[in-house]
Design a protein around this ligand. Structure first.
Ligand code: ADP
Ligand code: MG
Length: 724
């Protein structure tokens, strides 16, 4: 998970509005056990199964779809054109067919035109007990053809009894559970309860919370109206309008909350002012920088420079695809700190990465007279002692290291800037340690990550931080060629690897290692390794192995051997995913590629393509895979663009599963879907920013409703923007 320090200041005075807990609302904040028909057991079950405790929660249990009863189709038509459909007819008596695990419950639904078979593979007992043969029902579901017979499998059944003709339009369908259904709280049961609540709602219970000018501008219905329509829409357009309104409302308040946090942070966290654009930056830029910066790098450096001079603490996330050139951006920031008389540190998650950073920074600034040190677990004895001493007395300007940098005895003379690379390995406590290394103010913080996330997600997760994006690769990179190969090309793969090795290149072969099937996976890796050892025998070839179950000293040693080109093949699990730079490695073979996630595949591929040679990524698969896996692999073959890949990943998995979202509010979204609602989100963000720009204290009478809503929700859930 991407972790960044963010905080909500406890002090809360002028000039920005700070939501304080608001009053309880009668009725909506009552427990649902007060509602007629929801005795203790049912209420308790709703709470434990769906997290619904108060009336408000029930109202926010929005339908996930609707049955359009104006679209009842004839069974004859459905039999000839099998599809997902709604039909209506009289139910026949039940019968069981088959035995053992093939046992299933069958019934028939007959209308004037034909008869349709209905089938249930599970839950037969409940179905039998709630449905009555001879009655008229609607059945909704997918009609499948099997051995020439059409069947509706696990239909959603509803009795039409007691419905008035007016109700025959859109029926909301609610998510529920088996346990709740057994207690009568199936979708129809829930619908019945919500139908009782809606007429009791008054404008004062559901006060409008969005300013009128915004509502008019965006042609959104009022809040109460939207709530009514989302549950019981009178028409398709009314439903659309209600849905848009509620999505906008949800995203608008999240954005307001994030922007408020950001304003508080900028006001309350005083930072060192780095306003000198000094000698070292200029010297480096004109005499030492070995290439010209890309436009994206220049833009990001400007953004960082502006932050560093602004007087408040910088808290910036730098996103850039693998190989986009984040290191030199970090260096420029460190030079700015130096020109202002401050030290900087750069912390990496592994020893190898720290060493690599140390080496490449040292190369870049060689001859500038800047003193740079390395501090990792393996720096010991006299070297360590001197490093600590020079750090404390200000002799060292830059310190590169691992977690060792965060330890107690490490004292800086004047730490002004802390940079972390591939930070999702850092925990909360570690970041706090970093903050404490500087007085009186915390250091400016720059967090670098190579895990691109789509803009919609970034706005929602990092909306209160500053985000810089390097969206351009340095010129002249040869795009990596990615291909999907099946088992029948195994021989060709061996040949290809041999060719590449003969050209002096090195090869990665990566196996999946999933915790749940770790033993089997390791076996897989070992078999693969044995096969490779047969094909690539010593002494002509040397093979390194690295996996997560090895002692870390052994891992280091194997990595070093590969780095020094003593081995030609590196067999590994995903431990090599992060950051490692071996420019001479030009082939990445990923075994069982269908088992990897998309962002993981992309990270792995980023390990090659770092040198001047044409690089290859070969995705090996035995061909058995889900449709989703196929999309992942074809996406990899189609594009090298990390942001495009992140977009596909978001669409496939949904935001809740994406890296970085686990503890954020994204999962708590009740109606907005970041996969589809990017435009609404952008509008909400803009509207929230404009509002706070005009009226940061929310003093305008027209904005009192916004203020009250923030206060009310703050009482309900605290501020979810307080992520870490
Ligand atoms: P990452 O963003 O993955 O950390 P690096 O900073 O390691 O990327 O840069 C990858 C390689 O690209 C390095 O060898 C670096 O020297 C080189 N590089 C960075 N910026 C440029 C540029 N503007 N032009 C040419 N090469 C560049
Ligand atoms: Mg890097």
């Amino acid at each position: 998970m991407v972790e960044i320090h963010r905080l909500r200041p406890s002090s809360c005075g002028e000039p920005y509005f700070c939501p304080k807990p608001g009053p309880l609302s009668p009725f909506l904040d009552e427990p649902i056990s007060q509602l007629p028909g929801l005795g203790g057991v049912k209420a308790a079950l709703l709470r434990s199964e769906l997290g619904i405790g108060r009336v408000r929660d029930l109202l926010e249990h929005y339908p996930y779809r609707y049955i359009d009863k104006t679209l009842i189709r004839s069974i004859r038509e459905v039999l000839t054109h099998p599809d997902t459909a709604l039909v209506q007819g009289v139910l026949s008596p039940f019968q069981y067919q088959g035995a053992g695990h093939k046992k299933r419950l069958i019934a028939y639904l007959r209308d004037d035109t034909a008869t349709l078979e209905l089938v249930w593979f599970k839950g037969g007992k409940i179905i039998e007990s709630v449905l009555q043969p001879g009655q008229t029902y609607t059945a909704y579901g997918k009609v499948q053809r099997f051995r020439g017979k059409a069947t509706m499998v696990h239909p959603e059944m509803e009795s039409l009894q007691g419905d008035s003709p007016r109700d025959l339009t859109f029926d909301p369908v609610y998510s529920t559970t088996e346990g709740l259904s057994k207690k009568g709280l199936d979708t129809k049961g829930i619908r019945k309860i919500i139908r009782q609540i809606i007429p009791r709602l008054t404008p004062s219970m559901v006060p409008e919370n969005i300013p009128d000018d915004i509502l008019q501008n965006l042609r959104l219905p009022g809040r109460l109206e939207a709530l009514k329509q989302i549950h019981f829409p009178v028409s398709q357009p009314a439903l659309e309008a209600a849905r848009n309104r509620l999505k906008f409302e949800e995203l608008f308040f999240i954005q307001l909350d994030l922007l408020l946090s950001k304003m508080h942070r900028q006001r309350d966290l005083v930072g060192y002012v780095f306003d000198a654009v000094g000698e070292q930056v200029n010297r480096f830029y004109s005499d030492f920088l070995p290439f010209s910066l890309t436009e994206a790098q220049k833009r990001v450096i400007r953004e960082i420079r502006r932050d560093l001079g602004a007087g408040s603490q910088m808290n910036r996330l730098l996103q850039g695809d693998v190989g986009s050139g984040k290191t030199v951006v970090a260096l420029m920031a460190m030079l700015i700190a130096l020109d202002n008389g401050y030290q900087s540190c750069l912390v990496a998650p592994t020893e190898i990465l720290a060493q690599q950073h140390f080496q490449s920074l040292k190369d870049l600034i060689r001859g500038m007279g800047i003193r740079i040190g390395l501090l990792t677990g393996s720096v010991t004895g006299q070297t360590r002692k001197l490093t600590l001493q020079y750090l404390a007395d200000g002799t060292l300007h830059f310190l590169i290291g691992t977690h060792a940098v965060l330890e107690e005895p490490v004292q800086f003379q004047r730490l002004g800037l802390a940079i972390t690379d591939e930070q999702h390995r850092f925990g909360v406590a570690q970041r706090a340690a970093l903050w404490k290394k500087s007085h009186p103010h915390p250091p400016h913080v720059l967090v670098m990550t190579a895990t691109p996330i789509p803009r919609t997600l970034a706005l929602t997760i990092y909306g209160d931080l500053d985000v810089s994006i390097i969206d351009e690769l340095p010129p002249g990179r040869k795009p990596i060629t990615t291909e999907l190969w099946y088992e029948n090309k195994r021989l060709r793969l061996i040949g290809f690897m041999k060719e590449q090795i003969a050209l002096g290149r090195q090869v990665y072969v990566v196996y999946p290692l999933i915790e749940e099937s770790a033993t089997l996976d390791l076996l897989n890796l070992e078999e693969g390794l044995a096969a490779l050892q047969r094909e690539f025998p010593r002494p002509d070839y040397q093979i390194s192995v690295v996996h997560g179950r090895m002692p870390s000293a052994d891992k280091e040693m194997e990595m070093q051997r590969f780095l020094r080109k003593e081995t030609q093949i590196m067999v590994a699990t995903t431990v090599i995913e992060v950051g490692v730079n071996v420019p001479n490695a030009s082939v990445m073979v990923i075994e069982n590629a269908e088992r990897f996630g998309l962002s993981q595949l992309h990270q792995l591929r980023g390990r090659v393509g770092r040198g001047a040679d044409q690089s290859y990524c070969i995705l090996m698969t035995n061909g058995k895979m889900s449709n989703e896996a196929r999309v992942r692999l074809t996406t990899m073959c189609r594009t090298n663009n990390g942001f495009e890949i992140a977009d596909v990943d978001l669409k496939l998995r949904g935001p809740g599963d994406m890296e970085g979202t686990r503890q954020s509010g994204v999962q708590g979204l009740k109606i907005a879907d970041l996969r589809e609602d990017g435009r609404i989100l952008t509008t909400a963000r803009t509207m929230a920013a404009v509002l706070l720009d005009k009226d940061p204290q929310l003093n305008d009478p027209a904005h009192q409703r916004v203020r009250r809503h923030l206060q009310a929700t703050n009482r309900q859930q605290g501020s979810w923007s307080r992520i870490s």
